[in-house]
Ligand binder design. Structure first.
Ligand code: NG6
Ligand code: CA
Length: 512
């Protein structure tokens, strides 16, 4: 009798443990590439419709003052995954495709927080955080460290960007479809003997690069890339298949975690809408905005596919879906795909009302779409104007999952869970924005923005984006002047010095 009671209690305990476990929400981050605040119809775009993304906003909370930490890819990704500002660490700017891993393997990362809470963790899509520790990388072996060593149980990635070699998929850090008799070699200095490049053979290209912006090295799928590569002919991807392949892998990962009876954390770094924009054939010519618009339609379709996948698996209610972008928009980022011309004709503003764009210190550089949906807990159709940063996902999810962050480990990440879930409108204390030019930083607090003086052209002419660089100090009152038209540094010296001091302090904090 006693035995039965004890085993009954044990069973009950286990049961409640299991119930607790299965109650924990799945978490899916849809991290897009170069999508501007104004690229979504739910954020006011009129020349393009993004119904699937809009539905996320209708069913969740949509932010109008959410920020990536940088206006380029590598530093933003570094921050969202490590909870640290990238400008604290050298060598974290836009990486070449043969760079080594920039996230230390011995620190707490976003995926490690989830692992600690018993989740199955996966990374699918664009990586661009480097791989391995050796240079040159031997692409014919498993390359470590990489996603696994910073906390991902599973990864299916391409190493850098779509416009950089190697143009291959890697599953769990191993090149996919590689054949022994055709090993891969990669370098960023000079072509391999016999390798046909975009520069010398433009007749082989189906989309031409902008002569001012390179992208004319290795040719894969009729498109010139940055860097050189030989071998791996059968392992190279076809751009048109990227969306389909990544989405299938994302869903397969979800299925696998269901099999393992674990909640999942999936970081799906969707490749759209970075260059080269070569969407799936069914999307070509579908928008009014050239291939950039077509790639947005493909992105929206991808979101629809994944959301349908969640619904079919009965996971919609208890999955937190976060949709955002790594940096602001750019029209001509190296290929002649007609995106700048069509945008001009239609007066299309991918950054919305915000000034600048990708690479820029102005707002459009880091103020990106940010939508959080969690039907079980977040009321539908909320809008939040709170100041939020992607850097806080780490500490906020640690709070949600009761994972204790090591007290002696430095982090920039803070717990803003209730703001991120839309239940509070509390602003982040302040945010720091990092433009492409490493000399400059910007800090935003209580509707004021200070940009440090820096050298560099006011207009980045290749990409036709205002940089926000200025030898003089700049102060903008974003509350009254969200378009950053009026530098009020001279009128508000006290505001300026307060922000300057705060920035200095934040910089020094990391040195301790
Ligand atoms: C730039 C590339 C651009 C793009 C960007 C990275 C040139 C001239 N331009 O250096 O095409 O690849 O790097 O974009 O090479 S990001 O979104 O990954 O940061
Ligand atoms: Ca990007």
């Amino acid at each position: 009798m006693r035995k039965t009671i004890i085993s009954g209690i044990l069973l009950l305990c286990l049961h409640s443990l299991f119930a607790q476990k299965s109650d924990r929400p799945n978490v899916l981050i849809l991290y897009t590439d170069d999508v501007g605040y104004g690229d979504l119809s739910c954020n006011g775009a009129t020349a393009i419709a993004t119904p699937h993304i809009d539905r996320l906003a209708q069913k969740g909370v949509s932010f109008s003052n959410a920020h990536a930490t940088a206006s380029t890819c590598t530093p933003s990704r570094f921050s969202i995954l490590s909870g640290r500002y990238a400008w604290r660490k050298k060598g974290t700017n836009i990486l070449p495709g043969d760079a080594n891993l920039v996230i230390p393997t011995d620190i707490t990362t976003l995926p490690k927080v989830f692992k600690q809470a018993g989740y199955q963790t996966g990374a699918v899509g664009k990586w661009h955080l480097g791989l391995g520790t050796q240079s040159p990388i031997d692409w014919n072996k498993k390359v470590t460290p990489g996603p696994a060593e910073i906390g991902f149980d599973y990864s299916f990635i391409f190493p850098a960007t779509a416009d950089r070699v190697p143009t291959i998929f890697m599953e769990n850090q191993q090149a996919l479809g590689l054949e022994d008799n055709d090993p891969i070699a990669v370098n960023y200095q000079k072509p391999y003997p016999g390798e046909l490049t975009g520069k010398e053979h433009p007749e082989l290209l189906k989309m031409h690069s902008d002569p001012n912006q390179g992208h004319n090295g290795h040719i894969n799928n009729g498109i010139g890339r940055i860097g050189f590569m030989k071998g791996g002919k059968r392992s190279e991807w076809t751009d048109e298949e990227l969306g389909y392949v990544f989405s299938n892998k994302a869903l397969a990962f979800i299925d696998n975690s269901l099999k393992e009876q674990k909640p999942f954390f999936l970081y799906y770094a969707i490749h759209n809408i970075h260059v080269p924009r070569m969407p799936g054939t069914e999307f070509k010519g579908k928008s009014k905005l050239g291939y950039r618009g077509d790639a947005i339609l493909e992105l929206d379709h991808t979101v629809g596919t994944i959301m349908k996948g969640l619904q079919e698996r009965g996971l919609l209610n208890n999955t937190i879906v976060i949709f955002s972008s790594d940096n602001g928009p750019v029209l001509n980022d190296g290929y002649l795909d007609n995106s700048a011309e069509t945008a001009r004709q239609l007066h299309y503003k991918p950054g919305g009302i915000y000034r600048g764009g990708k690479y820029s210190a102005f707002e459009a550089g880091t103020r990106v779409p940010f939508i959080v949906q969690w039907p079980q807990h977040i009321a539908a159709g909320k809008k939040s104007a709170a100041l939020v940063s992607q850097i806080d996902l780490l500490a906020s999810f640690a709070a949600l999952l009761h994972v204790k962050l090591p007290a002696n480990e430095f982090t920039d990440s803070r717990d803003y869970l209730s703001t991120l879930m839309g239940t509070s409108s509390k602003d982040r204390d302040y945010i720091i924005e990092q433009p492409g030019n490493q000399q400059a930083l910007a800090i935003v607090k209580d509707g004021w923005k200070y940009i440090t003086p820096s050298n560099g052209p006011a207009l980045m002419s290749d990409v036709n984006i205002e940089s926000g660089y200025n030898k003089a100090e700049q102060l903008y009152h974003l509350t009254d002047d969200p378009g950053e038209q009026k530098n009020v540094a001279a009128q508000h010296p006290q505001q300026l010095s307060a922000l300057k001091a705060l920035l200095q302090k934040a910089r020094a904090d990391g040195d301790k």
